[in-house]
Design a protein around this ligand. Structure first.
Ligand SMILES: C[S@@+](CC[C@H](N)C(=O)[O-])C[C@H]1O[C@@H](n2cnc3c(N)ncnc32)[C@H](O)[C@@H]1O
Ligand code: SF4
Length: 374
């Protein structure tokens, strides 16, 4: 079992919070698509002959691709990899790209899951975030995606936005639940270095909300998700029964994946590698038959840390048996020993062989994770 991630490194506008790799220069799009396929040819041995169960088009903005470009990528994928007949194929899209005509074209491809970046239904928030779309565009995009026949739809929301009131956040969630979608990713705004927001903060033009506000919004999130039968299967990810993202879940379960495109990461249990985050250098290098990446070998300590970092955030938690079988008995004892005080504080519960965060623990998940690392 394996996954493929394809990074589409273009956006039409730069959101003020985002540090994902992208370029606003769309004139290289056609060449990039051909080069992505070339990288697939160069790297088709990376997953050995593992069956590909999930494909994820992320970005940047995959929805800047036109139908022909998407089809060129699919041709490359099916030529170079063994892809399962019922693979989950997710496509990230910005709402204002999802016109009825575009959705009709998307339906003709093998894409069977959409992840739409709505972020908020407040136009004030959307303006502050420098999003391209307005609230109504987001609502229409979901309605039109459903009408086009997409059954598996996820939306992204952000909370902890400067100036966002509790009412706005609750209202955003209420609208989301009325949309008839089956998956929601909800992230607390993080201020990344070298973004417009980090400059605004330094200049005093915006102020992050108090920590208590973020915590209260997270509590509201958990409460309302529960009331609406959405399962919190990872700190920031919620779904109706059975609709969890297989692709992301596989990342957290140490399943191998190949990342195609500039800045994309790959992992095959022994190494982790990441492509150069520069469109021109990436394309020039691939054109000379060399994938430009850096890599690190994962020793037992790194593997253990990665497992803790990814698994503790999920509803399945840390599987102590998995630690023992895949790393060592010492690794399992080490983890169990350090977890004891969090169990005593009611932050973590031990359920059979698994260590799972309680709702209280989820509030300080990052601290607990770093305490459990080697
Ligand atoms: C790779 S981004 C892009 C998807 C698509 N281009 C879009 O903007 O809708 C995936 C998601 O990460 C979230 N995200 C990105 N940067 C963030 C930040 N600094 N804080 C919180 N969420 C962030 C947003 O919700 C975004 O939709
Ligand atoms: S959030 Fe999405 S659209 Fe905005 S800059 Fe980041 S990748 Fe591009």
């Amino acid at each position: 079992m394996a996954g493929i991630y394809i990074h589409i490194p273009f956006c039409k506008k730069r959101c003020h919070y985002c540090d994902f790799h992208k370029s606003l220069n769309l004139k290289d799009k056609g060449r990039m698509v051909k080069v992505l396929v070339k990288e697939m040819e160069l790297e088709n041995g990376f997953l050995e002959s593992e069956q590909v169960e999930t494909i994820y088009f992320g970005g940047g903005t995959p929805s800047v691709l036109d139908y022909d470009e998407i089809m060129i990528i699919f041709e490359g994928l099916y030529k170079n990899f063994k892809i399962s007949k019922d693979a989950e194929i997710t496509f990230e899209a910005n709402p204002d790209d999802l016109t009825k005509q575009y959705l009709k074209k998307l339906r003709k491809t093998r894409i069977n899951r959409l992840s739409i970046g709505l972020q908020s239904f407040s136009n004030q928030d959307l303006r502050l975030l420098n999003r391209r779309h307005k609230s109504e565009t987001g609502i229409n995009a979901v309605r039109d995606s459903k009408n086009a026949g997409f059954k598996n739809i996820s939306i992204d929301l952000i909370y902890g936005i400067p100036g966002m009131s509790m009412e706005t956040w609750e209202n955003n969630l209420n609208i989301a639940f009325q949309m008839g979608i089956n998956h929601i990713s909800a992230y607390h705004l993080t201020i990344e270095p070298n973004t417009v927001f980090s400059r605004y903060i330094k200049e005093g033009r915006i102020k992050m909300p108090e920590e208590d506000t973020g915590i209260e919004q997270f509590r509201i999130l958990i409460k309302k998700m529960g009331e609406n039968k959405f399962l919190q299967y990872e700190i920031s990810n919620f779904c109706l029964d059975g609709f969890f993202s297989k692709h992301n879940t596989n990342y957290w379960k140490q399943v191998e994946y190949l990342g195609i495109g500039p800045s994309a990461h790959s992992y095959n249990k022994e190494i982790r590698r990441w492509n150069i985050a520069d469109n021109k250098k990436y394309m020039d290098s691939i054109s000379k038959n060399k994938t430009p990446f850096e890599k690190e070998y994962l020793d037992n300590r790194k593997k253990y840390n990665e497992y803790i970092l990814t698994s503790l955030r999920t509803m399945w938690g840390i599987d102590l048996k998995f630690l023992e079988e895949n790393y060592s008995k010492e690794a399992m004892d080490y983890c169990m020993g350090l977890s004891k005080r969090f169990i005593d504080y009611g932050m973590v519960v031990k359920n059979m062989n698994n260590l799972i965060l309680t709702d209280q623990g989820k509030l300080i998940a990052d601290n607990i994770t770093s305490e459990l690392m080697m």
